[in-house]
Design a protein around this ligand. Sequence first.
Ligand code: WTA
Length: 655
Amino acid sequence: MSQPTIESILQEKRLFHPPAEFSQNAHIKSLDEYKQLYEKAQADPEGFWAELAEKELHWFEKWHQVLDWQPPFAKWFVGGKINISYNCLDRHLTTWRRNKAALIWEGEPGDSRTLTYAELHREVCQMANVIKQLGVQKGDRVGIYMPMIPEAAIAMLACARIGAPHTVVFGGFSAEALKDRLEDAEAKLVITADGGWRKDAIVPLKEQVDKALQAGASSVDNVLVVKRTAQDIHMEPGRDHWWHDLQQGASGKCPAEPMDSEDMLFILYTSGTTGKPKGVVHTTGGYNLYSHITLKWAFDLQETDVYWCTADVGWITGHSYIVYGPLSNGATTLMYEGVPRPSNPGCLWDVVEKYGVNIFYTAPTAIRALMKMGEHHPNARDLSSLRLLGTVGEPINPEAWIWYHRVIGGNRCPIVDTWWQTETGGFMITPLPGATPTKPGSATLPFPGIIADVVDADGEPVTNQSGGYLVVKHPWPGMMRTVYKDPDRFRRTYWEHLRPANGEYIYFAGDGAHQDEDGYFWVMGRVDDVINVSGHRLGTMEIESALVSHPMVAEAAVVGKPDEVKGEEIVAFVTLEGENQPTEALEKELKQHVVNEIGAIARPGEIRFTDDLPKTRSGKIMRRLLRNLAAGQEISGDTSTLQDRSVLEKLRGGA
Ligand code: WTA
């Protein structure tokens, strides 16, 4: 059950055709129809996207230019005026959808709530008014640090409504990580909750916010607190306000601000190859269209579907495919606070059964964990409502794919393996379930309008199947616009690694991939210093800086090691300052230190103490060798640049 290797997936030849019945009723009904759309978009990308933008979205004012492309900076629907909160709410209120369930929410302890479009609209307006009352104006940034409760979505939509870009920070990040993000975004307000439920315990979110604000983030004037877990918390007079108090007097009317298509909608921080997380910037019009249409076509969203994505709103998947994409389509989106836990390992299937979920979207790491728990959990529930299954976050190994298809999908649900990134805003390579025959382990073909390719280190197309770097060759509406406050980093990170001879700007995704004889893409995983633990992106540098900030650590090098369930596991090689000696207690302390600095998702699985790290003569740590060592493999490749060969011997024998 390990990560696929080129060898293992090249042998994967099974082909699954869309069930005829599914295709008949689908938005896109055949491979021919997909090909026509793809070719149409390729021939005239601007015309293709403009037609969809006109048809699928509400605009206060139409754009005067579809695309302004000054590589690598793109502007879409230039001059257009739009509000994504309007598209997600107001426009549905004049139709029968007014009383349709917009958001179904299930809390971990079993409490639940359903909000119709009219109700959601009202609460969003109330929160928008409260936010304004707290001094937030159009253009001001708002931090959102929330559990998976309806108010998380309400907060995002409220910010979007008044034109205040949000930055959602995953509730599992530590106070330190929260502080860094609030500081970089210069947030004026933080919206949080007293706590959230996770595995039958309270995650003390407000306490983390207090710590973050004590340590810095001085731009924050106010904190809006939703009551969820109801334990005693500190409320700083003048700074902290209960949502339920302010909601009382707040009007349920708040017109959506007409935003410029290119106004910033949100910043979402993501790990890269240097220590500091990058603030990925998405803007309004293009992102609205892209998250909307990708969900509609790739998940074949239908009017009566109950759609459930298990991600957290703190990640891009939650932004695009729990909140904005589904609501813009007028769909019913389900939000669940819980995760499989010892007290209820089958909780996901309870939720599917209770609400008759039709479309279910999760990550390979979750599928592998569920496989381990055993088939008896899903088998004991009625999962017959399911008609489509999605996956995202990392390459899915064929075994997990087949299990998902058979045990959860009853051999009848198409599996939609979606390759995309925080940076891309929405699905890039994905089957269209009524059209695309699927192959376990492949994300299949690019979405219409997306020109993807695999290139070599010179940026030239790889013609054989040996693989190379995954790139995108034409701008698309959902693409990130820049790194917040750092356009140079945007250019360097994504556009300057690979420059083909013709001088074209191509988008470098940071993933390795190859294409098979049918043009199907097989994504192999990151080719940079990013590791993917349970579908979460973590930069090795980030974890290394966390480790060396501990007073006893001299140097640290972090690598990923294959893990059956998580995909990858973090292994840290650490050298100690002076006379400090490695002990079990210190190992524990260092792991906890990383948790405090970043969050539990970054906890190293293993710490290996060593006297020295393998370096090149120019002093660069040779992570490739450490990866081999961590995985218990023979050292492969060239070691001639190694400065001191005895280091390897010691690491092999000692650690
Ligand atoms: C990986 C999550 C293979 C990939 C939406 C990418 C995948 C990174 C897939 C982005 C997939 C995501 N197959 N790999 N279907 N989906 N990845 O920004 O390495 O959290 O670059 O966005 O996840 O992670 P991010």
